[in-house]
Design a binder for this molecule. Structure first.
Ligand code: FES
Ligand SMILES: [Fe+2]
Length: 412
């Protein structure tokens, strides 16, 4: 096995990621782990349990780059408004009359009241219930009753234009809504998101995400730190032991490591669907013009930090999550199919697919709880990621460690 002991996973050093080919012809990343039993965790155990570490992660990871914030179908029609929380900050997702989905800080510009804490549907405007200021669905301030404390006067604040809801950089992609709370320039945000997602958009260019329709959605409340959720997602080693129904040991040996960018990492079953339990009695319509060589693939990608994606030819699964506290993560799992697969004719197949996929996720819940429990042990600082299996997990941990070190520390 080749060892690249100088490989540093960072924004500029992707080309240094090397792969070896296994006896079954699969690609396995050869860095950054360099020892068969390092006995040294890359992230300290307390980073999984401490409230202070969680606060710092909110600031340096969840409020400082593109993150999954929700699904576009949560606000499926003009006038739909959905409160969401990202990095502990209350936000509002609004479907405008022009068809655009926008995200704002959920804070009235008068006294800062949250405009709504429940999903609502409004006509043309959203009104604050305290002093009845109202906003158009593009966020601009529309009405400020009795602003001048006069019965007749109709004029509002002189700087009305400056008192619209504060917008957050947001972008809809593949049925998901991403936001970047660290992006100050909301207008140039689209280009920044496009650069961020480009490696995956390119890999999935054969998929027509404009046609996807929600098949099923479910919420999972997980008693574990968000990093364990990601690490378990990237852990192909556990598949035959925890999810024996999805395939034999050999099918889990048949996974390629995939590294598209520092933030987009995962794997691919190149002949994926083969050794697996039949999820549907017959295939659902494909999600686009899927080339023959990709019809049996399953792609598995984490879009750092909190979108966990699976793609096969006929279904797309997302687990987007909120890291609520050091030991609690709420997953929003959604399964999408092509719009032709959303018809009544396919309802049995869709249900069966959803039950299989939800069932797999349920099997991980007790594992995650026990991983979290183990992080309270000082022995968790002496664990050993296995280079043959855990390089991609190590890349994730390295990225977390880099972000937590902060920009100033990184430059040193
Ligand atoms: S706080 Fe919203 S109108 Fe006063
Ligand atoms: Fe699992």
């Amino acid at each position: 096995m080749t060892r690249g002991d100088t490989t540093r996973i960072g924004r500029q050093t992707m080309h240094e990621v090397d792969f070896r080919i296994t006896s079954t012809g699969n690609r396995v990343a050869t860095g950054p782990l360099t020892s068969d039993s390092s006995q040294r965790a890359l992230i300290p155990a307390r980073a999984y349990t401490s409230a202070a570490a969680h606060e710092l992660e909110r600031e340096r990871i969840f409020a400082a780059g593109w993150v999954w914030a929700g699904y576009a179908h949560w606000v499926g029609e003009p006038g739909r408004v959905k409160p969401i929380v990202v990095a502990g900050q209350p936000l509002l997702m609004i479907h405008g009359e022009d068809g655009e989905i926008r995200v704002f800080h959920n804070s009235c510009r008068h006294r800062g009241m949250a405009l709504t804490e429940e999903p609502i549907t409004v006509k043309r405007r959203i009104q604050c219930s305290y002093h009845c200021w109202s906003y158009d669905l593009d966020g601009s301030l529309a009405v400020t009753p009795y602003f001048q404390r006069e019965r007749q006067a109709r004029s509002g604040p002189a700087d009305k234009r400056a008192l619209g809801l504060l917008a957050v950089a947001s972008r809809v992609w593949a049925g998901m809504v991403f936001v970047d709370l660290g992006e100050r320039d909301v207008d140039t945000a689209a280009a920044s998101f496009d650069r961020f997602i480009a490696p995956l958009a390119q890999r999935w260019s054969h998929i027509d995400f404009g046609r996807i329709k929600l098949a099923e959605e479910r919420v999972f409340d997980v008693a574990a730190n968000w990093k364990l959720v990601v690490e378990n997602f990237l852990d192909f080693y556990h598949l035959p032991f925890i999810h024996p129904q999805v395939g034999s040991v050999t099918s889990s040996l048949d996974v390629d490591d995939e590294v598209l960018s520092p933030e987009i990492i995962g794997g691919c079953y190149p002949r994926g669907a083969t050794g697996k339990a039949a999820k549907t009695s017959e295939a659902l319509p494909f999600l686009g013009e899927v080339p023959q060589e990709k019809t049996e693939n399953q792609d598995i990608f984490c879009v750092f930090p909190n979108a966990l994606l699976f793609l096969e030819a006929d279904w797309f699964q997302v687990i987007g999550f909120e890291a609520l506290s050091a030991d609690r993560t709420v997953e929003h799992m959604a399964i999408f199919v092509d719009q032709d697969g959303a018809s009544e004719d396919h309802s049995v197949n869709r249900k069966r697919l959803a039950e299989v996929l939800f069932g797999v996720n349920e099997q991980d819940l007790p594992i995650l709880g026990k991983l979290q429990a183990g992080r309270h042990s000082p022995a968790s600082d002496r664990t050993s990621l296995v280079p043959h299996w855990d390089q991609v997990t190590a890349m994730f941990q390295q990225l977390v460690a880099d972000r937590m070190a902060g920009p100033a520390d990184q430059e040193k």
